[in-house]
Design a protein around this ligand. Structure first.
Ligand SMILES: Cc1ncc(COP(=O)(O)O)c(C=O)c1O
Length: 409
């Protein structure tokens, strides 16, 4: 075997490794940061910005941070399942009065929503061998990575209809109607990423009935509770309905967006079981998986969430702040649509305000997205997904003009 040495005298051990393709979302940020144009605009990653385009630390989080310093909480390891008080408050927020017998829910603190999805995927790989996980087409691109790496086969079910820019409800029912008994189905609890298209309440009820008839297992991914409509109860409609309908189900929660705790990696995985005994067993296995992956979850984010949810005043402040973020996004949708219509565009832009949540699934083609980048220094994922949280009242006109330009010529 020939060995080659680098200029630093190190023998190359990895010459057979090929460079991985760029992540479709994170790759956009890399290109943006390399662009020197002062007017460049980043609408790729789903992270909230205020109306000056700056990241925001919520006031309730600042207050909770102060309180934690005053309380001089220790920095010991959390147990493998995380902070029990945090978990219980997180589950109360999600399930509300539908929580029922909380002891029959296995709950574990996770590394944000991604970690919750990954832990659940690992659990399925071990204890539901052969089950397929159905994911909506399209879905958040990392869902596919997560299930692939856990060794769980995924199949797509129809979700979005390009010609109506709405839900393909018939397609969804037909595809899930063909799933096998016991298969897992991933549902976005609200503010579907990337389309911003959610089923109506009546359609959710029909979906729940279909799951019952076919004995399918719902896995709800709730990354945007409160952030979609501004109302945490409204955004929990689907997951609470599934709980009320008596499904064995699982739920991934994230506090990245709704509390702005992106980097703290704070989330929860819960699995609704048939009894307290079953929940204890399930939780013990979730801990085995977590122990070998990261041993115990991070402390500070869970302390912040627990402090906010457990304090009447901080909780009330948080609810106003999460509504303020949701409202700003809703306002930007209205302004973008108005500016597009005023620009003389003859294309329909009603979907911009019909969709909900952080993202606008604009309908722009990959080629049009490339032109936005090359000619206007505007960056978004090639599926035409615009992070509305990155649009401000100062940039919305420019975005509309650029979108009009690339869709007309
Ligand atoms: C649908 C969905 N699930 C989960 C996540 C996980 O995010 P995080 O790991 O930051 O909580 C995201 C983030 O974009 C998402 O959109």
């Amino acid at each position: 075997m020939t060995t080659t040495k680098s200029d630093f005298g190190v023998v190359s051990m990895w010459s057979q490794v090929e460079a991985a393709p760029k992540d479709p979302i994170l790759g956009v940020s890399e290109l943006f940061h390399a662009d020197k144009d002062p007017s460049k605009m980043l609408l790729g990653t789903g992270a909230y910005r205020d109306d000056n385009g700056k990241p925001l630390v919520l006031e309730c989080v600042r207050k909770a941070e102060k309180k934690l310093i005053e309380d001089a909480k220790n920095m010991e390891y959390l147990p493998t399942q995380g902070d029990n008080q945090y978990i219980s408050r997180s589950l109360d927020l999600a399930y509300g009065k539908e929580i029922g017998n909380a002891e029959a829910i296995a709950g574990i603190q996770t590394l944000s929503g991604t970690g919750a999805c990954r832990l659940f995927a690992e659990f399925i790989a071990r204890f539901k061998k052969g089950a397929v996980c159905y994911v909506p087409d399209p879905t958040w691109s990392n869902h596919l990575n997560i299930f692939r790496d856990a060794g769980v086969e995924t199949k797509a079910y129809r979700y979005y209809k390009a010609d109506t820019r709405g839900l393909d409800f018939d397609g969804l029912k037909e595809d899930l109607g063909n799933a096998k008994e016991g298969d897992v189905v991933l549902l976005h609890a609200c503010a579907h990423n990337p389309t911003g298209v959610d089923p109506s309440e009546e359609q959710w009820l029909e979906i729940s009935k279909l799951f019952k008839d076919k004995n399918l297992f719902p896995f709800l991914d709730s990354a945007y509770q409160g952030f979609a409509s501004g109302d945490c109860d409204k955004d929990a409609f689907a997951l609470r309905m599934f709980k009320r309908d008596g499904h064995a189900m699982a739920l991934a929660q994230s506090f990245a967006k709704n509390m702005g705790l992106y980097g703290h990696r704070v989330g929860t995985l819960s699995i609704v079981c048939a009894s307290k005994e079953e929940a204890t067993v399930v939780e013990s296995q979730l801990k085995v998986i977590a122990r070998a992956m990261y041993s115990s979850p991070p402390l500070q984010g869970a302390n912040l969430v627990s402090t906010i949810l457990g304090d009447e005043k901080l909780n009330a402040l948080w609810l106003t702040e999460v509504k303020m973020m949701a409202d700003r996004i809703i306002d930007m949708r209205a302004k973008l649509r108005e500016a597009l219509e005023k620009s003389g565009s003859t294309m329909g832009w009603k979907h911009v305000t019909d969709q909900i949540g952080m993202f606008c699934y604009s309908g722009l083609t990959p080629e049009q997205v490339d032109r936005l980048k090359d000619e206007h220094h505007i960056y978004m994922t090639r599926n035409g997904r615009i992070s509305m949280a990155g649009v401000t009242s100062k940039t919305v006109e420019k975005l509309a003009q650029a979108m009009h330009a690339v869709t007309t010529s």
